[in-house]
Design a protein around this ligand. Structure first.
Ligand SMILES: Nc1ncnc2c1ncn2[C@@H]1O[C@H](COP(=O)(O)OP(=O)(O)OP(=O)(O)O)[C@@H](O)[C@H]1O
Ligand SMILES: [Mg+2]
Length: 307
């Protein structure tokens, strides 16, 4: 559905994108993650036709992005910093945009009410947006993106600054969009949220794609579960780590504050092997099993920089 190949973008002396690739499947929720300054917003702006890439190719629904107008009608965008006319209410802001799309007044009124309902903003819809909380403004931004019923939504940190309850409501709204058959590209720094929402992710760093795949496949590459072993002191740590690394079923061994962390792919077959080896080793105080998270995957591929 979205195919971006080898995108480059330079702002003055800054190379924001240096050959970025991004592929989003129709009907999926795809996460775009990476540290601050990695190029997420630049990528989303290029896909939204707000910024031109210096080179590279983008097709959306097999239509080259260069044919801006036909592509733009398929896309709804929540920008990183949405701008609202603060004296207008959400309803009149939405009506204003509906008219820009050329919708007849009666149809526009119905559609505006529908999107206000979809983003759960009915109670505040007729108050000026300057009195809105961050979460309410985010809802207006999402309503604006949904107004022309686009097939594809490009959401740049739509949940930043939201409290956990609102974040959960936003996640549900995004999952509903998927149910409706929409394709969603979403960037967010909260990897737990991305993991809950997304089918697949592209991890970017310094303007290039580090890896892109389904979360399931990335988990298979990284290991799906970890067993964490608390050791009595540092001297017990090294020997155990190297012994465990030599096992075929172990994908990774690391050490963190008195714990040895061992990752494996297949919990049923691999964990007993690890436990058997560990139980031969003196100096283990405690063992616990944990799931590999998207954060672990991110840290492996993005070299320890935070998302
Ligand atoms: N209009 C601009 N003028 C100059 N430099 C820019 C501009 N927009 C982006 N950049 C630079 O391009 C790089 C990528 O920025 P971008 O906003 O795409 O990162 P990001 O991944 O969205 O970061 P964040 O997580 O902080 O939102 C950064 O070095 C940034 O300073
Ligand atoms: Mg950004």
């Amino acid at each position: 559905m979205i195919n971006a190949e080898n995108l480059t973008k330079r702002f003055g002396k800054v190379d924001a994108l240096k050959g970025l690739n991004l592929h989003v499947k129709k009907g999926s929720i795809h996460g775009l993650i990476g540290p601050n300054g990695a190029g997420k917003s630049t990528t989303i702006k290029i896909l939204s036709t707000l910024v031109h890439a210096n080179s590279g190719d983008v097709t959306i629904n097999d239509i080259p992005l260069k044919r801006g107008i036909s592509v733009r009608s398929m896309i709804g965008v929540v920008p990183e910093t949405p701008r609202l006319h603060e004296t207008k209410s959400a309803r009149s802001e939405l009506m204003f945009h509906a008219k820009l799309y050329g919708m007849p007044r009666k149809e526009a009124k119905t559609l505006v009410s529908d999107v206000i309902y979809a983003v759960q903003l009915e109670d505040a819809a007729d108050r000026p947006t300057r009195g809105y909380s961050t979460g309410m403004k985010k809802r207006v931004a999402l309503a604006l993106a949904l107004l022309h019923k686009p097939e594809i939504l490009l959401l740049d940190e739509p949940m930043s600054g939201l409290d956990p309850v609102m974040r959960k409501q936003f996640k549900d709204i995004i999952l509903d969009l998927k149910e409706m058959g929409k394709t969603v590209l979403v960037s967010d720094h909260d990897l737990h949220t991305v993991e809950e929402l997304c089918d697949s992710v592209t991890i970017i760093q310094d303007g290039v794609t580090v890896v892109e795949d389904t979360i399931e496949s990335l988990r298979h590459q990284t290991g799906s579960v970890a067993i964490e072993l608390k050791v009595i002191d540092d001297s017990a740590m090294g020997g155990l780590g190297s012994k465990l690394s030599s096992l075929d079923c172990v994908t990774d061994v690391s050490q963190k504050r008195g714990w040895v962390i061992v990752k494996v792919r297949n919990p049923e077959t691999d964990l007993p092997v690890v436990i058997r080896m560990a139980s031969d080793h003196t100096g283990i105080l405690e063992a616990k099993q944990t799931m590999i998270t998207l954060e672990d995957i991110f840290l492996k591929f993005a070299g320890g920089k935070r998302g």
